[in-house]
Ligand binder design. Structure first.
Ligand SMILES: Cc1cc2nc3c(=O)[nH]c(=O)nc-3n(C[C@H](O)[C@H](O)[C@H](O)COP(=O)(O)O)c2cc1C
Length: 174
């Protein structure tokens, strides 16, 4: 089975997760989204993005819209603690872009350190301003710094293998 793992990453978190998934799937090829030429070449595609203002980042939106495939798995990194409504809506947003004809077999999300440049920018906004660097934002930023950590990376490896097993079971059943 020809498996592509492709990703978009600005500061490296999503790339690290993509590399972990790749390390457990010896037959897979790892490519940044900008290097993918023909999506139809692949039997299955892992697509990874980072979350930008509640949505997949711009390069990923463009890629997901333009590269239609009928079977994919999604992975993402974000600054927030994964598992809540924010995570759900980011993944739903990505599924919507892929469209109904695409079967998303599974997804994986983990936290990724927020670029320190962002906090520098936020610090210029005064108290009361929407973008002010509140205590809540500071705590979230501090929690994100260590991620993706070894636990996140191991979960990503396990998840990659799990998806691969599901594909194999499906293949045998058909
Ligand atoms: C401009 C910008 C917007 C972001 N928006 C969000 C957001 O809406 N929600 C969130 O949880 N994290 C947000 N983040 C944090 C990133 O999603 C997170 O740090 C991610 O791991 C970056 O991935 P990368 O290293 O692959 O670029 C934002 C980061 C930046 C730079």
């Amino acid at each position: 089975m020809k498996i592509l793992i492709t990703y978009s990453s600005m500061t490296g978190n999503t790339r690290e997760i993509a590399e972990c998934i790749h390390s457990t799937l010896p037959e897979s090829i790892l490519l940044p989204m900008k290097k993918v030429k023909n999506i139809k070449e692949w039997d299955f595609v892992f697509m990874g993005f980072w979350v930008n203002k509640g949505n997949p980042n711009k390069e990923a939106i463009k890629f997901l819209s333009a590269n239609k495939h009928n079977k994919v798995a999604l992975f993402a990194t974000l600054g927030a603690i994964p598992g809540g409504e924010h995570t759900r809506s980011c993944i739903e947003g990505a599924k919507e872009i892929l469209g109904e004809s695409c079967h998303v077999v599974d997804f994986f999300v983990c936290q990724g350190k927020i670029d320190p440049m962002i906090t520098k920018v936020f610090k210029i906004f005064p108290k009361g301003h929407y973008h002010h660097f509140t205590d809540e934002k500071r705590k979230l930023y501090e929690k994100s710094i260590a991620h993706p950590d070894e636990i996140d990376k191991e979960k990503a490896r396990q998840w990659g293998m799990y998806v691969r097993e599901q594909l194999e079971l499906e293949r045998k059943a058909n």
